[in-house]
Design a protein around this ligand. Structure first.
Ligand code: IMP
Ligand code: MG
Length: 188
């Protein structure tokens, strides 16, 4: 898959700067995270996994299969980015889950924490619904945000401050289907 011809078939010819995390490395880390999550909750207690679409869809699909616990799954759609690579600062909730959060162990699953704006807006909204516990699990953390209302409890990788794509992460809705995570070449 890292063969450049196959990559080009999925990027429409756009060039990557480099592969940052291979599919194998991601799979290993996601399996570990599943075990860390299992260890954090009492054996018989159900977990509600709330995925933030769209970026988390592949991570979440892999992660929940590594959680050996009763799990229910729902999604939130929040949008903060337009077509660009820089956050607009606004977070719109486009889809709000039917799932009841009250009294439940909730894990909010993010693809990447960048400026922290999305998390900082969502956490208070979710807290208002009185979950029994609320934790954040993110695949990537750029450690740029200095004012996070809550540090993610589980972080897959401390990510470089580059624009990352693949494994669910997009640029203008492209590249989500790359099985690895790469960084995009900055436009000349
Ligand atoms: P934040 O609100 O700035 O923390 O950004 C969170 C959202 O922005 C993530 O859920 C992603 O969808 C998107 N995002 C931030 N950085 C990147 C990146 O490097 N690649 C792709 N999407 C990103
Ligand atoms: Mg995105």
């Amino acid at each position: 898959m890292r063969d450049s011809v196959e990559v080009k078939a999925r990027t429409g010819g756009a060039e990557l700067e480099r592969v940052v995390y291979t599919a194998e490395r991601i799979a290993e880390r996601v399996a570990e995270m599943g075990r860390e999550i299992v260890d954090a909750y009492p054996e018989d207690e159900e977990i509600l996994v709330l995925g933030l679409l769209k970026g988390s869809f592949i991570f979440l699909a892999d992660l929940v299969r590594e959680i050996a616990r009763p799990v229910t799954i729902d999604f939130l759609v929040a949008s903060s980015y337009g077509a660009g690579t820089v956050t607009s600062g606004e977070v719109h909730l486009l889809y709000d889950p039917d799932a009841v959060l009250e009294g439940r162990h909730v894990i909010l699953v993010e693809d990447i924490v960048d400026s922290g704006t999305t998390m900082n807006r969502l956490i208070p909204m979710m807290e208002d619904r009185n979950p029994r516990s609320l934790e954040v699990c993110t695949l990537l953390h750029k450690h740029i945000a200095t004012d996070l209302v809550r540090e993610p409890r589980w972080v897959g990788f401390d990510a470089p401050r580059e624009f990352l794509i693949g494994y669910g992460l997009d640029h203008s809705e492209n590249f989500r289907n790359l099985p690895f995570i790469g960084s995009l070449k900055a436009p000349e």
